[in-house]
Structures are given as structure tokens and as C-alpha cells.
Write a protein that binds this ligand. Sequence first.
Ligand code: UD1
Length: 419
Amino acid sequence: MEKFIVEQSHALKGTVRVGGSKNAALPIMAACLLTKEECVLEGISHLSDVDTMLSLMEELGCRTCCEGERISVCCADICSTQPDYNKVKQIRASFLLAGALLARFGTVSIAMPGGCSIGVRPIDLHLKGFEKLGALCETGHGTVNISAEKLTGCEIYLDFPSVGATENLILASVLADGVTYIRNCATEPEISDMAVFLNRMGARIEGAGSDMLRITGVKRLHGCTHRIIPDRIEAGTIMLAAAAAGGKIRLENVRCDHLTALIHKMREMGASVTEGENYLLMEKRGRVNNTAIKTMPYPGFPTDMQAQLMALMTIGKGTGIINETVFENRFMHAAELNRMGADIKVEGRCAIVRGVRRLTGTSVKATDLRAGAALIISALAAEGKTEIGEIEYVDRGYYHLEDKLAGIGARIERRSDED
Ligand code: UD1
């Protein structure tokens, strides 16, 4: 078992290169299943979730080859439409294999992804959409069997702009017969990146980034090369780490237009942020001014940045209010932050964060991916030493985050229990 040992760090300084987006890479990998030809993906971060997805796809018969940040995937000889049950359970995005396998082979049998520590996370919107396209979905024994003689373009309205449902329904409809409209779809940049990739493969997707997609089915798709967009959540996490410790940093490989909500909040809280073409500068000295945020689907404030912002607010001036509207149980990190001396009260979907002058290092545990990142942020500001356990959660979504932070002066290292 590995853990992070973090000591109070002052004034982070320097440049960090942000990696490719996890949440863009995983759906785009699933999309590779839609063609027999080779697809090459560049700018891939070697995260454990990416490895899990690769291994799921290899077991289905895909040939994959990884060289640095580049992977090639060839899905010419698929021998199974039943992704491994246990691996599907490990990562939520594996359920996107359903849309891709259904579109290409007309059948898929896949584990229900189930809930996780941040909420129940149902798949009703995915299944409703597949059924509208003409598929039959049968669930039982923790598995869902989906099949269709033929998928036909249709009108789909999503009750909530779910990221995963939008992606799965795009995957299922690109090879369907006729035109599919997905209304009230999600508009996250990762979905637009997948649409760019699919259009490069020969798909006809219009409206990506707006709340209505128009997908004209095509007969076949071909291989292509695509560079994954930078990870906006990694960029935001490093910004908040620098705001908590104080300092002046430069981020490279950043799309500032994907970070609008966070940049506005950071300025409101007293940081100076300069947006450049593919780079961002941020400077902050002293305590931030606490504020109110409400997580919302994009372009609202991302739920994937909520835990990290809460960590920053714990040492801010005044009282911060966080309203989590996307997931029903995403405040597990509050209890761990309180163990470090924070003053957070959770009431339903609302957290009230009273800023304190100091936090104290202690032993804490990551309860999920972003919660782990939040603990690192508060540990950088806490007096003394903090030990963060269960960091395999952090590795799911950040590639050697400790090296990136240590590179700008953070006192953080990875240790294994044997050390
Ligand atoms: C994706 C991201 C995740 C992010 C989330 C919200 C990936 C791999 N993961 O997750 O990091 O936190 O978007 O921005 O891209 N819902 C339903 N029924 C459904 C589907 C979703 O009720 O069929 C609900 C969920 O329970 C949740 C909300 O919709 O409350 C948002 O979920 P969704 O947008 O689907 O998130 P994911 O795609 O799972």
C-alpha cells in the first residue's frame, strides 16, 4: 500500500505541464471499437483508469500498443461482446463500451456499473436512450443485456444532461439508420472532443457543445489520429494547490476556455489569473476570500472541482457555502478535512465552510479520486506532516501528481508501507 507524505509548503513557484484529459480519453477509447481500422490517440496520460480500459478492450480482442503518451488501438478482430464483469465494476466509464459494442455488433452483455462513494449513479437515461434507438435492454443478476436487430435514428430527450448518457447515445447512434436528435444533452468539453474524434472517423455529429445534438448515421467509420484535450480538472487542481500554499505558477497545455467557472471564482477569491493561448498564470499570496459555489453541469462549476475548492476554503477568510447539485453524496472529504482542523458542517447537499487560520497535519484517507486531491491541497497548507492513505484513488485520475507538485516546490512524496 502506498501513501503520500506531505509537509507544509510555502510559495509554490514554476511551470507545470498538464496531461491529457482522463474523461476525454476513456470515451474516445471506447469509440475506437466502432471501426476495424487503426486509431491513434496522442496526449494520453497513463492513469490506472486508462490501463483498466485498455485491458478491458484487449480482452474483447482489440490490439493496443502504448508508446509514451501515444496509444494505437485496432479493433478489427473482436471476439467477445461481453466485457469482463469485475473490470467494468472498477470504472464507471467502462459502461461506454455498451454503446460502442451495440452500434457495431447489435449486442452487448455488460455489468451494471453500480453505485460508488459519491452517489447511486443509475444508468436509466442510457438504457432509455438505447430503447428509443430500437434496442431491447434486459437487466438481471447485476448484468444488462442489450440487443438490436437494427438501430434507427430517433428523438431523445434527457431528463438530466448526463455526461455518460450523452456519450453512450452518441456512440450508439453514429452508425444508426437515419438522424438522431439528443436534446438537453451534456455540453462538457470532453463530449465535444469525442465528437471531433468521431467526425474525423467519418461520423456526422452536429451541435457538440450545445444542448442539442444532431447525429446523421453513416454506413461505416474509418481510423484516424487524434490528440486528446488537456485535463481541465488536473489544471484546476494544481491551481488550487498553488492558491492554498501561496505562490506564482504557470500551467502549460491548458485550455483556459474550459476553465471559465473556476477562473472567475479564483479571481473572486483574490487570486490573479492571466489567461494565455495554451497557458495560464496564477498568483496568490495570503488567505483567499471565501465565497459561494454551486456545482452544475458544464459550463457551471464542475462537481469534479468541488472537493478541491472546499479544501482551499477551509483556510480562507470568512464563510464559504458549497451547494452540490450533481451528486447526492459527494461530501465524504469534509470529515477528513475536519480531522485536520477544518470547520465544515454538511447539511444535505450543502456544506458550510468556516475558514480557519490554521490546519494541522495528521493521518487521513482518500475516499475517492477528487477527495484525495483535496486532502493534498489542505496538507500543503497544514502545519506539520500529513499522511494520506488510499492514494490509489488519486492515481486513477492524476498521473504522478506528486511529481508535478514537487516540481513547483511542494514538499510531497510517495512512500510505500514497506519504506
Ligand atoms: C462524468 C465524469 C465524472 C463527473 C460527472 C459529472 C467521466 C468518466 N466521468 O461521470 O468525472 O463527475 O460526469 O460531471 O467522464 N444520472 C442519472 N441517470 C443516468 C445517468 C446519470 O440519474 O442514467 C445522474 C447521476 O446519478 C448524477 C448525474 O446524473 O447524479 C450526473 O451524472 P453523469 O453526468 O452521468 O456523470 P458520469 O457520466 O457518470
